[in-house]
Design a protein around this ligand. Structure first.
Ligand code: AMP
Length: 222
């Protein structure tokens, strides 16, 4: 099964992708996470993508397509379904994904659009941070650790914020979404695989909307 979680930055794609991995045994491929790992490695490529990400712009299609091709091949070799978070983000990426799946007689089963209004996105992103040790996510207003400055999951006491989560960069990222990524909605609607959920609801409520869509629309899933 190939599922795409689709929506603007801050819509909750990463959180829901993780939930689908846990509940359905899918593998999560997050291009943002892959790029941040590349940047942290200090490689030449990492340095180049770090600059682009810090500006809130999109990394080139060539780099992204090569990166995802390698990862999908690895996961398909393990015969695992994939949930994509943050890919595709342009028409060229969507076409390249279709071509690589076609080679294996596969296709995208469902694209789940998570709808959230712009002001809420900015509030969500500007306040979010994560445990440096285990990656558990928190928010200044909506989800603080039970004990101040101690991670609920692992007891870690160091927390990190993404460099591109500032209010200014979020606006650039939203602009990139509206100009370059939103045009993918009609692309997938025409293929009959686009479904929308209300991303303004609680994490649990969004998860059950997604599960309901997948149960209704993906063959072999009950
Ligand atoms: P995300 O974690 O999905 O919000 O992605 C963080 C940043 O990584 C984005 O603002 C882009 O700079 C870059 N990025 C992630 N995925 C892609 C993609 N599919 N195409 C181009 N740039 C990407």
């Amino acid at each position: 099964m190939i599922v795409i979680l689709f929506g603007p930055p801050g819509a909750g794609k990463g959180t829901q992708a993780q939930r689908l991995c846990d509940s359905l045994g899918l593998c999560k491929l997050s291009t943002g996470d892959l790029l941040r790992a590349e940047a942290a490695s200090g490689s030449d490529l990492g340095r180049r993508v770090q600059t682009i990400m810090a500006r809130g712009e999109l990394v080139s299609d060539d780099i992204m397509i090569a990166m995802i091709r390698k990862k999908i091949a690895e996961e398909r070799a393990n015969n695992r379904g994939v949930v994509l978070d943050g890919f595709p983000r342009t028409i060229a990426q969507a076409e390249a994904l279709d071509a690589m799946l076609d080679e294996e007689d596969l296709g995208v089963d469902a694209v789940i659009e998570m709808k959230v209004d712009d002001d809420t996105l900015v509030e969500r992103i500007a306040g979010r941070y994560a445990c440096a040790a285990c990656g558990a996510g928190y928010h200044d207003s909506f989800k603080k650790p039970a004990t101040a400055n101690v991670c609920d999951q692992c007891g870690g006491t160091e927390f990190v914020r993404r460099a591109d989560d500032s209010r200014e960069t979020v606006r650039t990222r939203l602009d990139a979404y509206n100009r370059q990524t939103a045009p993918l909605l009609p692309y997938y609607r025409e293929k009959g695989v686009l479904f929308s959920v209300d991303g303004m609801q609680s994490i649990d409520a969004v998860e059950s909307q997604i599960q309901n869509v997948l149960k209704a629309e993906v063959k072999g899933l009950t």
